[in-house]
Design a binder for this molecule. Structure first.
Ligand code: IMP
Length: 424
């Protein structure tokens, strides 16, 4: 603190929410700075599982203020579903507890329709998006066609812009063989949100600057992950936002120099949901066993995740890009019971050893992992609270992760519950 950032080091689903939840005990504000309802953040609090897609995990800490920053894309439908779910499960959120940027872009029904239509059109080349309209919404933002939260409160402007956009989008949807969206219905839905949304809306950049000046402690919650970052990930198999730590200043207004600690989060193995290169993927029985043990099915889509071994080349790339202070390793307990554990320390591309994460898809597709094999461990790790409590082979695995990535591991999770983790 004052500003700690928690960011994924792989292709998402690393268990960032769990780390954010832990660190939020010392935070006054939790901020999301990119992405939208494509996110699936799961937290287990006292045996109760809470799944969030849009609202920062900080809402589960009484007294902590959650902020949806200007770099996020806001689907009001999902927002109100989530607010209702939180109220019904005893975590009601007040206006003071959740601040939403007036500059965040809105995800509208035509973005979801376009997401589905583009994916169908890509055929075998599909990205495997979550279908939440994220790419088309960010595309409108940079094409100067987006609608922002602030626009909801200027009815004449809203009417004109929504009608013009629906007309344009319907031409595209028609050409792609998809159903048109109804401008009147879209407008009516948006208008129905205005009064309910108003108490949450704020210039969050100014709000965060005031909070920082007042010495408040801020935690930035990354969604997706560094390898899904639109600039730095495995393009085009990425999400549309700046999901490495480099997105924090532009997506929240927090000045770069205010960031004091960056925690990268990686699972003890690797998963990927959706298409795209994944050098350490194990499509055989060991990958299937990781999936079963780790319950690796998408929070947002329910899709089975592709699974494989820990990739130190990829995580090193992410940690270096983000200038990580430390690495948090999650789900170590899932690897219990394997005879042999593997870490990819380099790639073999056309017979050449490659130590750096390549930019081009062709090399990534051809990359064969060069593995370091380690002895497996067994037993229940959930009661371990320090590295010395771990079985020697589990500890050796954590040490090998730190050594091969080249960044220190300060936190290891050994179970889903809030208390089940250990620190160095
Ligand atoms: P989109 O963000 O829905 O456009 O999807 C683009 C790519 O990012 C797809 O491969 C998705 O599966 C992936 N993706 C998006 N959000 C997440 C996430 O929260 N976890 C893991 N993968 C994600």
């Amino acid at each position: 603190m004052p500003v700690t950032c928690v960011v994924g080091a792989q292709w998402g689903d690393e268990g960032k929410a769990r780390i954010v939840d832990l660190l939020s005990a010392d935070a006054d504000l939790v901020v999301r700075y990119q992405g939208g309802a494509n996110t699936g953040h799961t937290v287990v609090v006292n045996g109760e599982t809470v799944k969030l897609h849009l609202i920062p995990v900080g809402v589960l800490r009484p007294g902590c203020v959650s902020v949806i920053g200007n770099g996020c894309v806001l689907d009001p439908r999902v927002l109100f579903e989530e607010l209702h779910m939180l109220r019904d499960t005893g975590h009601a959120v007040s206006g003071e507890g959740l601040r939403i940027s007036d500059r965040a872009h809105l995800v509208l029904p035509y973005h979801r329709a376009l997401d589905a239509a583009y994916e169908r059109g890509r055929g075998a080349g599909r990205i495997g998006t979550t279908g939440r309209g994220i790419g088309p919404c960010y595309a409108d933002k940079v094409a100067y066609k987006g609608l922002r939260v602030a626009d909801l409160f200027d009815d004449a402007e809203l009417d004109a812009r929504v009608r013009a956009q629906c007309e344009e989008k319907n031409r595209v949807l028609g050409a792609l063989g998809s159903e048109a969206v109804d401008a009147g219905e879209t407008l009516a839905e948006l208008r129905s949100y205005c009064d309910r949304l108003a108490p949450f809306v704020e210039d969050t950049v100014a709000f965060l600057r005031r909070a920082l000046s007042a010495g408040k402690r801020v935690l930035c919650e990354g969604a997706q992950a560094t390898l899904l970052d639109v600039d730095h990930g495995t393009y085009p198999f990425v999400s549309a936002s700046s999901s490495s730590v480099l997105g924090v200043p532009s997506g929240s207004g927090i000045p770069p120099r205010a960031i004091s600690r960056t925690v990268l989060v990686a699972k003890a193995y690797t998963t990927r949901v959706g298409e795209g290169p994944f050098p350490t993927e194990d499509a055989g029985p060991e990958g299937a066993r990781i999936r079963e043990r780790g319950r690796e099915f998408g929070t947002t889509t329910g899709r089975p995740r592709r699974c494989g071994w820990f990739d130190a080349v990829a995580v090193r790339y992410a940690c270096t890009l983000c200038d990580a202070d430390e690495l948090a390793v999650t789900k170590l307990d899932i690897l219990s019971g394997f005879d042999r554990l593997r870490i990819s320390v380099a790639y073999d591309v056309d017979g050449r050893r490659v130590d750096r994460f390549p930019a081009d898809l062709a090399s990534l597709r051809k990359a064969r992992p060069v593995y370091r094999d380690l002895e497996g461990f067994s037993g229940d790790l959930s009661g371990c609270r320090s590295l010395s409590d771990l079985p020697p082979a589990a500890r050796a695995f954590v040490d090998a992760v730190a050594e091969t990535v080249g960044f220190p591991v300060h936190l290891v999770s050994v179970g889903a519950d809030r208390a089940q983790y250990l620190t160095r």
